[in-house]
Design a protein around this ligand. Sequence first.
Ligand code: A3P
Length: 316
Amino acid sequence: MTPVCLFPRQNKNKLPPKQICSVDSLPRPTLIDFHGVSMTHYFTSNWEKIQSFQARPDDIVIATYPKAGTTWVSFILDLLYFGQTTPERQTSMPIHIRVPFLELDIPSLLLSGTEMADNLPTSPRLIKTHLPVQFLPKSFWEQNCRIVYVARNAKDNAVSFFHFDRMNKVEPEPGDWNSYLQRFMDGKMVFGSWYDHVTGWWEKKQTHSKIHYMFYEDLIEDTGREIDQLCHFLGLSPSVEEKERVRGGVQFDNMKKDNMVNYSTVEIMDSKISPFMRKGKVGDWKNHFTVAQNEQFDEDYKKKMKNTTLQFRTEI
Ligand code: A3P
């Protein structure tokens, strides 16, 4: 039995895990149908607390479908807000503590996401969620919180999710790539259908001015420009030097070697199977999709996305 600690020891006085147990004792979950969305119990067992979560007006929500660049944008926001005032955060606190994952609930391993968010000492609080728009706790809407949504093209998103499910022991067994891709198209993924997720948030953005909708591909193309737009949305005006510092700090190679953001301290993830910071590219899907899979995917995509104005780039 390998002892596991989701938090490095030096952090235990800041936010200790609830209990230390073995990752081996956690079975891979199976998908359940939860109000019409595929989920696992790790994200639904704390549902009442999630739904009654009390937001504050200055909370910032980072909402994404899994594997769309959540950690990247979380780190950008963390640096923009706290990079200068509390630089020690960067060297002592893993990103999943700085930016709690609201709906995560693995009671034998760690504090729930809602407890971690409740305990955050920062202002603003940065809070991550993968919930589809209809599940976001109503308090965030009532408090008119700013929400940063990040979307990534379906093909790269599916590939990244596949490798993540291989290495993350609290995700359902991924099976082989072909069946995985079919399940992705069928929306039988944790947090449901990619198509519903990205379009649901997109539709909401049309009537809600506090949502900033970003694309992974744009971030890859010009991180500095995206940071500028993010600052504009957040009402921040860092100096040119500070913005440049953030832009440099969040480059893939820097994040990959930074143990505080690359999830190497999280033992539910086995980076020997596939590292969390895997490739960080647009177009890696071409190394995974066969010609037949691509044709079938494109045909299905057109049908599923025919009623939305949302457009993605699968190469840049
Ligand atoms: P890949 O698996 O394609 O490499 P999330 O944080 O939502 O789980 O998303 C993880 C994906 O974002 C991974 O994609 C990861 O490599 C990528 N990513 C994280 N930080 C990045 C960065 N600074 N630049 C480019 N991609 C990044």
